[in-house]
Design a protein around this ligand. Structure first.
Ligand code: TYD
Length: 222
């Protein structure tokens, strides 16, 4: 008897999983908000979530990770905490919503760990990818929107936003760290261009939004 080869593509999901990635000040929150409005107006059942966070466990882990004054957090502990928060996020929120046919929009996902912990903290992108693959049971967004901005612009935007207040523990890392993570984000997108939409985060917000809509229309049938 001849073996029947497996079909090449995974079965379509009832819902859709979209992630936004990029450095600080890339305009993710603005774009996530615009996308939510557009999807809701188009009659789609949309849930917006974020990392670290998105669940009770995730929000508690977020406090440990981002607030100053929680003591020293070494890079491996940091990577494991992000992965733990993400595992809960996938099991408790993302997967059930996709299975229920919702459109899930997450402000950051696995690529943030690959960039910040893998490249930024120099734990190695491959090692952090393996950890996250295990934590998420291989959950991959249908599309990741990467908003790209140069580190100097992202710093200036963040300072303007926070009116000169010191950034959170991770934002306060040195400039070469931010350059490493930008390269990692772009490298990731280059490896699977069909699953990424890379946009210049310095373009006006309405233009960035229009490009995101254009990319999503065929996926959403709107
Ligand atoms: P947040 O306040 O959500 O910032 P932003 O508006 O930039 O998304 O803070 C999230 C911070 O955590 C940000 O500095 C990126 C960092 N981070 C990681 O280092 N690894 C991760 O896996 C995730 C999800 C975030």
């Amino acid at each position: 008897m001849t073996d029947i080869p497996p079909t090449s593509s995974a079965p379509a999901r009832p819902g859709l999983f979209l992630a936004f990635e990029g450095g600080e000040g890339a305009g993710k929150s603005t774009q996530v908000g615009l996308l939510r409005e557009w999807l809701s107006a188009a009659g789609r059942d949309v849930i917006v979530t974020r990392e670290p966070g998105g669940t009770d466990i995730g929000e508690r882990v977020r406090t440990i990770l981002l607030e100053h004054g929680q003591g020293e957090v070494d890079p491996r502990t940091e990577a494991l905490l992000f992965a733990a928060s993400r595992a809960a996020h996938v099991v408790q929120k993302i997967r059930p919503a996709i299975e229920a046919g919702q459109v899930v929009v997450s402000d950051r996902f696995v690529d943030s760990s690959l960039a910040y912990q893998g490249a930024g903290r120099e734990l190695g992108v491959e090692a952090v990818a393996d950890l996250n693959d295990w934590a998420t049971e291989g959950m991959v967004p249908d599309l990741t929107v990467l908003l790209d901005v140069a580190p100097a612009i992202s710093k200036a935007r963040r300072e303007a936003r926070d009116l000169g207040a010191p950034g959170d523990r991770i934002e306060s890392a040195e400039e070469t760290f931010h350059a490493r993570l930008r390269d990692a984000f772009l490298g990731r997108a280059a490896q699977a261009p069909e699953r990424y939409l890379v946009l210049d985060g310095t373009l006006p917000a309405p233009e960035v939004h229009a490009r995101i809509r254009e990319a999503l229309e065929p996926m959403l049938n709107v």
